[in-house]
Design a protein around this ligand. Structure first.
Ligand code: GLC
Length: 669
């Protein structure tokens, strides 16, 4: 599905898609490989206007119109329904003309967590074949959507890349494009053709449970990354590794009051444009084929206009996204998101369809949704023209993605487990994402061959290392056996410390610290996703007191302590910093722990060329010196901060510590 932009050809130079896409005079030519800050769209007070990334192809549009004209109402509405593989058989697609299936987080073919690429593919072929046997005049291939948000993360053995917060810290837009391409290849290998990625939230309050899904608090970086990631996912030059991308969640999900997931964003219109819309501009510039609506609401208090839930807002889904931004792909609702629209249920919501939802993601009750929506059209609650527009968009996406006449297994990498993996790329991403926050007395890098005591709950926990959306939805209820091929930080340290001794103690209480040369403490958060990740305070010790206990056990014994902190957000950790001579933010690095040891240990002089020997990551969010975010909260490390071995500056002085607090004055209720 090479998205050639007739008249705006993508220039594939030196193996790198350095697309030059003249989108519109106001936006100017954009280079997807650019990570520099683009001027936000102006004027600031009105919604930006874009031209569609690609002109409509007359022959395709004529073919679509002819198909729509021959479809019955039930066939049209069937195309607008997406439901979970747990509740729809291939025969349901044949009988009810369903347009799409998805596997939610932690949902696998036949309910088998260990399903191989070949087993995913077999089910996808079955859905495709069933759709081809429907009695509809035109046989329409199904879409299969999956949350491949840091690799093909529902699939056992797939490489897991750093979550987006770590990729943001790497400041490497070409790396992001390459990761998009690697994820597309992995997804296509399982017969799946649609990735619900990238998230393009620009997070304002890190108490939000989905902070780690955001690249940055800098809208210009999010815009550049969105563009690169979408190009990576959708534009595989070989045509065998491309999948449909989704910029999500439209929009303002990262700006809700107190970071409450699915909450209310009360930003001004100007901030909605300059902050929260920028990722969509980037994604649409790259030709993203789909947009996912957001659970949050927008209440423009400054203007006195409450737009309410995004899923029910025609002003935003149609007027802003489709008309102003020129989006001509499909808008999909989020998981039963239509049910949150006032007056709607999870199985009936004409308001959302009329607002601009083209495909409805229904977790279970797809049959009542189908029947109710057909009746809405018959009763005039939904105009036929809206249905025809939605189906036209769905068919346009399927045609642009080249799905017609392409059985899932008719693909170069189909069914091949090795296509799920790219450890070298992920290891590079880990290295580039790490942020060195403290390195007193040049504690790092370590010389190998030493006696190393490793402590902390996360040292050998691949679940903590990977975070949410890893094999399961929450990233929990897994063991290391669920991540075949992955390398924990502890395993990586053992491998890197050639000729030395490595002892692991989770608590650090059953060992004599003096028997070792250095202590490495691997601490941080345990996995979470969405609302379950919402917190009331950034105080790490309030949520995880065990980490402070570990440092209290190993600090003060005359041995340097190196703390490696795994988290989906920055946090209030001044107490942990004070008990560490060196402190590295790992974010949520994923399956390749080797990327961590690559930087911890001094490289042999004959290091492989191009193997970066030093830190380069910088935090993309302010790291606070208090547990409660606010406009005037004290900042410990400003966004953009990160030490290197070459330039590490003076030692970090002891920090003021406040006792752990369980809530902040404005915490979401
Ligand atoms: C979830 C998330 C969304 C995801 C969808 C399907 O609720 O909000 O990001 O793509 O459901 O799993």
């Amino acid at each position: 599905m090479r998205l050639l932009h007739a008249g705006r050809s993508l220039i594939l130079a030196s193996g790198m898609a350095a697309g030059v896409l003249a989108v519109s005079a106001s936006a100017g030519a954009v280079d997807p490989a650019a990570d520099q800050a683009h001027p936000a769209q102006s004027p600031a007070v009105d919604w930006p206007v874009l031209k569609p990334a690609r002109p409509l192809d007359a022959a395709t549009e004529a073919r679509i119109a002819a198909m729509v004209a021959h479809m019955s109402l039930r066939q049209k509405v069937g195309q607008m329904i997406q439901t979970e593989i747990k509740v729809a058989t291939p025969d349901d697609l044949r009988t009810y003309y369903l347009g799409s299936i998805l596997n939610g987080g932690g949902s696998w073919p036949y309910g088998r967590r260990e399903a191989s690429a070949a087993e995913w593919l077999r089910l996808s072929d079955a859905y495709y074949d069933a759709a081809m046997q429907s009695d509809a005049p035109d046989k329409i291939p199904p879409l299969w959507g999956t949350d491949a948000v840091h690799g093909h993360n529902n699939v056992r053995g797939a490489t897991l890349y750093p979550h987006n917060i770590g990729l943001g810290a790497a400041h490497d837009v070409e790396l992001v494009r390459k990761i998009g391409a690697a994820v597309g290849k992995a997804v296509r290998a399982t017969g799946v053709n649609w990735a619900f990625a990238p998230t393009v939230a620009v997070v304002q309050d890190q108490r939000w449970g989905r902070t780690y899904e955001s690249f940055s608090s800098d809208p210009a970086q999010v815009r550049a990354y969105a563009r690169a990631y979408v190009f990576g996912l959708q534009d595989d030059p070989s045509g065998h590794g491309d999948v449909i991308a989704t910029v999500k969640h439209f929009f303002g999900d990262g700006g809700t009051d107190a970071g409450k997931n699915e909450g209310v964003n009360t930003a001004t219109k100007e901030d909605m444009i300059k902050i929260h819309e920028q990722g969509y501009i980037g994604g649409l510039e790259a030709g993203a084929l789909t947009v996912m609506a957001s659970f949050n609401s927008w209440n423009d208090k400054a203007e006195g206009v409450d737009y309410g839930k995004m899923h029910g807002s025609r002003d935003l889904l149609t007027d802003v996204l489709k008309t102003k931004l020129g989006f001509d792909g499909l808008v999909i609702s989020d998981w039963d998101g239509v049910g949150q629209v006032p007056g709607c249920s999870k199985t009936h919501c004409p308001q959302a369809v009329n607002a601009g939802i083209d495909m409805i993601m229904v977790s279970q009750g797809w049959k009542p949704m189908l029947e109710a929506t057909v009746k809405d059209v018959e009763d005039g609650a939904i105009p036929v023209s809206r249905i025809d527009d939605a189906v036209t968009r769905i068919l346009r996406v399927k045609m642009r993605a080249g799905l017609f006449g392409r059985r899932p297994s008719a693909s170069k990498y189909a069914g091949r487990d090795e296509a799920l993996r790219n450890s070298a790329l992920a290891r590079r991403a880990v290295r580039e994402s790490l942020v060195l926050l403290k390195n007193n007395d040049h504690t790092l890098p370590l010389k190998s061959g030493k006696r190393i005591l490793v402590v902390g709950k996360s040292a050998d926990s691949l679940a903590n290392q990977a975070g949410g959306w890893s094999v399961t939805w929450q990233g929990d209820q897994t063991t290391n056996a669920d991540f075949p091929g992955a390398v924990s930080v502890l395993a990586a340290i053992r491998k890197a410390n050639q000729g030395g001794l490595v002892r692991y103690s989770a608590t650090g209480e059953d060992v004599r610290v003096e028997d070792y040369d250095v202590v490495i403490a691997v601490l941080g958060e345990t996995p979470y996703a969405e609302t379950l990740g919402d917190i009331k305070t950034l105080s790490h010790t309030a949520r995880y007191p065990e980490d402070l206990s570990v440092l209290n056990a190993v600090a003060g014994h005359g041995r340097p302590v190196v703390t490696l902190f795994e988290s989906g957000r920055t946090a209030y950790v001044s107490d942990l910093l004070n008990r560490s001579e060196a402190f590295v933010a790992l974010w949520l690095p994923g399956s390749e722990g080797g990327g961590v040891s690559d930087l911890l240990f001094k490289r042999p002089a004959k290091a492989k060329p191009g193997h970066n020997l030093d830190f380069r990551g910088t935090t993309t969010f302010d790291w606070l010196a208090s547990a409660c975010p606010s406009k005037d909260a004290p900042v410990l490390f400003k966004a953009g901060y990160g030490l290197t071995y070459r330039h590490h500056g003076p030692n970090l002085a002891p920090l003021a510590e406040t006792p752990p607090i369980q809530s902040c004055p404005d915490a979401a209720k």
